[in-house]
Design a protein around this ligand. Structure first.
Ligand code: TRP
Length: 338
């Protein structure tokens, strides 16, 4: 199977807990489509957990939670490679070499990294500061062509493109060591929390709809969603813009005619929040029902989850060793070979 000739995708997620609808609309939905046309590497990036030192005991569970979320939405480990990053030490090795060609200032100006470091506050671990370089290594390792991600990841992909070009120019001898990969952002680049139009989803605020939520939980969350605060009665004209309920309708309700009708009546004061929310809950639950069936299967067959991770990681490791052979010979590190 290592001779799969399809172009390659690498993308990843941090194992920091369960995934939510933002991950689905921003990334997973694309992964599902791409797994048929590309040789896909889906990485669980455990080197990137920002508070790893405090979370060591939890990361182990989260690795499996992420894998079950992937399986539930329909990623197919027969056709793609679920990969645990730290079980492939080549990622650490490539990161070390590539670091020589990433200027410090370039890293300090990375806007996504900057925002994350501001969130962490005073004491940013060195390992966290350098994670974008490891992310470059992650992408270059399987010599990926395409990186489907959320919008916030684009600065890292830009860095990857720069590093790939630089390495090819310096060491390629007219051959391409690494393809220069492209980013691909999902249909719903940014999904707000259920508690307001400028709210970021987070575990601690529990303001997200998780992929694993059951129908009752989804309905309850939707019925409690933040809507138009200026609207006191169903007969008041309402605002559709910046209204999370309609943002979710736009993102996930496939019935466009229904959404258009609800918007028109909402603006005219001819529909209550309850109906708009009930229809949203219905659309979300219809989308999520097949996920729930698959989840039930994998939750009662944990050995299949483990096997998916083991097989994908073993395959990825072979590819990684092949890439490192090429890198070592391009950088003339194969000192003892004659
Ligand atoms: N930084 C990504 C996130 O926060 C996870 C990630 C790690 C990743 N390595 C990657 C994404 C390589 C794309 C490509 O979710």
């Amino acid at each position: 199977m290592t001779d799969d000739s399809r172009p390659r995708v690498l993308t990843g997620i941090r194992p920091t807990g369960s995934l939510h609808l933002g991950h689905y609309g921003g990334a997973l939905e694309n992964w599902l489509k791409l797994q048929h046309e590309y040789n896909c590497f889906f990485l669980i990036a455990d080197y990137q957990v920002s508070d790893y030192a405090d979370q060591i005991d939890n990361v182990r569970n989260w690795v499996f939670e992420v894998a079950i979320d992937w399986l539930s939405v329909g990623l197919d480990p027969e056709n793609s490679h679920f990969t645990i990053e730290s079980l492939i030490p080549e990622h650490a090795e490539l990161t070390t070499w590539l670091s020589w060609w990433v200027p410090l200032g370039r890293l300090q100006r990375n806007p996504t990294l900057k925002a994350e470091m501001d969130d962490i506050g005073e004491s940013v671990p060195v390992a966290f500061f350098t994670y974008p370089v490891m992310q470059v290594a992650n992408i270059l390792m399987p010599r990926a062509h395409l990186v489907p991600v959320g919008e916030d990841q684009l600065p890292h992909i830009e860095m990857t493109r720069e590093v790939a070009r630089r390495m090819n120019r310096l060491f390629g001898n007219d051959e391409e060591i690494f393809p220069v990969p492209k980013g691909l952002v999902g249909r719903v680049p940014r999904l707000v929390g259920i508690d307001g139009p400028s709210s970021k989803m987070s575990k601690s605020k529990d303001n997200a709809i998780w992929l694993k939520d059951d129908a009752e939980t989804v309905t309850k969350k939707v019925m409690g969603m933040y809507t138009d605060p200026t609207r006191l009665r169903a007969t008041d004209p309402g605002h559709v813009e910046n209204n999370p309920v309609f943002m979710y309708h736009d993102a996930f309700n496939p019935n466009e005619a229904e959404v258009a009708d609800l918007k028109e009546r909402y603006r005219a004061g001819k529909v209550g929040d309850v109906e708009v929310k009930q229809k949203l809950a219905g659309a979300l639950n219809a989308m999520m029902e097949p996920w729930r069936e698959r989840r039930a299967h994998f939750e009662s067959h944990p050995e299949e989850v483990r096997e998916a991770l083991a097989a994908g990681t073993a395959y990825s490791r072979k590819i990684a060793q092949d890439t490192m052979d090429r890198v070592r010979s391009a950088l003339k590190l194969n000192y003892l070979e004659s």
